[in-house]
Write a protein that binds this ligand. Sequence first.
Ligand SMILES: *Cc1c(COP(=O)(O)O)cnc(C)c1O
Length: 414
Amino acid sequence: MTDAKTSAETRLLHLDRLNGAEHGAVHAPVHVSVPYGHPTCESLLGVFQGKKVGFTYARQTNPTNAALERKISMLEGAIDTVGFATGMAAITAMLFALLRAGDHIVVSRHIFGNTTSLLGSFTRFGVEVDYVDMTAAENVAAALRPDTKLVFVETIANPGTEVADLEAIGALCRERRVLYVVDNSLTTPAMIQPAKLGAGLVVSSLTKGFGGHGEAMGGALSDTGLFDWSAYPGIDPLYQTGDPAKWGLAQVRRKGLRDGGGTLRPDDAHKLAVGAETLFLRVERSSATALALASWLEARPEIKSVRYPGLSSHPQHERAKQLFGGNFGQLFSFSFLDEIDFASRLDRLKLIVLATHLWDSRTLAIPVAPTIYYEMGAEGRKAAGIDEGLVRISVGLERAEDLIADFEQAFVRA
Ligand SMILES: *Cc1c(COP(=O)(O)O)cnc(C)c1O
């Protein structure tokens, strides 16, 4: 029924069924078993030694997670995917499995705050991190060293919505044979497949757009098969067997997930898989609503500036148009005029929720400097391009006119 010409959107809806879910079921079942029994020692040993595909102990994966991982691989155009309890667990496991003291990495200056904080801990263990402005690939070229292990970037940065020069950085990494890691959480494979830009690994917080409903957490790391791991120092000889394209993720699965223990719960894997069934619809709807809201706010007298890649005023608008297939995502941010205290307006919102999260079904607002970027300090925020009065909006699935009416009453009554 499905072949190479069938769209990813359609294939996603039929993948469990066509992979043989029992009794004609259209969803993979939720497997709660911790141990997995084997009929013979040969089978048990084969799975333990990585010579046979199968299950042993639920920390390492289970059939429900495997069904989700298969869907993510299909959507990302990846050869394999490992699921994790959260996006941060995925990033931690990747860095933990692939880096050692003395390694050098190049990271975007515009990056998720908790990732910056995590990298600070890796610095403590002797990893050298250079932060550069990745909206221009030249900055990455200037920071690369012969011993650089990886380049890490996000597609659309949170909260400033900077769009990195993803394609040129991909070409550069390919030429220099450096591992290119792209965090696709805020765009999802419905907007962009980093594999097409040369990414070797794709990180995703499934908690965000992929699952989309704000009731389950998860993370994933996908290997696109583009990176030649035989050129990467630090892969244990134990995992240097078979196709070199698979060595890196084999090490992440063992050293990162098995030893780190950040396992995705099978009931959450199931919720995320159901959430993903409407991914493409949600991306279109939220992107259209975000554009309507951002345009409306940009014309308001109390607003100093609005940052949304869908606006022609955005510095990387043309790049975003070319990269993301006409959708610009559900995240935007804005600043009130300096004389307006954000709380005097935001406290009056009735529909829009004051909360931190992205890609929830409901629209959320948060002033970012005194909350999620509080620990960074004023100097760190300045370096990361985060204004003290910046308000981040995560657009949900409500109708645009209802959200505009909520902003309007909050602004007018003030
Ligand atoms: C939220 C987020 C993460 C972390 O994901 P969790 O599932 O919350 O752990 C990582 N990267 C980006 C870009 C994010 O937005």
